[in-house]
Design a protein. Structure first.
Length: 187
């Protein structure tokens, strides 16, 4: 299993969009971190503690930050309120039951913490399909498993329903990607 150069470039663009929203000296959980928790390494100078979790990750792989292999639908192996921030970068479009995961993410966030998410617009899926068939995008990116996108108002309603507030939404990469920050209310 290996990422292609294009996979890494696309991820790097996403990382650059998210980095300004990562708080200095925070504890960060990267849900859907991929094979090696690359975002945690990218943001390493800003964070005090980082942990990645993904169903493709190799638990115990030597990286600066620990990476755990787990099914995020079966609960996250962390204590309530353990993290200042949770990132889900290009994960939402893969979720068949996003409310389950978003509720669990809320559980592991401390009061006043934030969820930082990115996801591509649905119109990129045909492009990714072509790149995948051409071998320019790796199988690990699972672009062929994207779900129908949740309209933003519906996503905000889901997030509100599981306890988030204070939403900030932006688009990046020529409007082809979304960035959303959602806060867990302070106690």
């Amino acid at each position: 299993m290996a990422y292609t150069g294009l996979d890494r470039f696309i991820a790097h663009c996403r990382f650059r969009a998210v980095l300004p929203h990562i708080k200095e000296e925070s504890s960060v959980c990267d849900v859907g971190c991929g094979l090696d928790g690359a975002f945690l390494t990218f943001a390493g100078s800003r964070i005090a503690r980082g942990v990645g979790i993904d169903d493709q990750a190799e638990t115990g792989r030597k990286t600066k930050w620990p990476v755990i292999r787990a099914d995020i639908y079966k609960g996250l192996p962390f204590a309530d309120g353990e993290f200042d921030q949770v990132v889900m970068l290009a994960v939402l479009e893969h979720l068949t039951q996003p409310e389950i995961v978003l509720k669990e993410v809320n559980r592991i966030l401390r009061p006043g913490g934030s969820l930082v998410m990115t996801w591509p617009e649905g119109l990129v899926d045909p492009i990714l399909g072509i790149l995948h068939r051409a071998g320019m995008v790796s199988r690990e990116m699972e672009s062929d498993e994207h779900q129908k996108r949740i309209p933003l108002p519906e996503l905000l309603q889901i997030l509100s329903g599981v306890g988030y507030q204070g939403f900030i939404h932006e688009r990046f990469e020529f409007g082809l990607n979304n960035l959303l920050i959602a806060e867990k209310p302070a106690a």
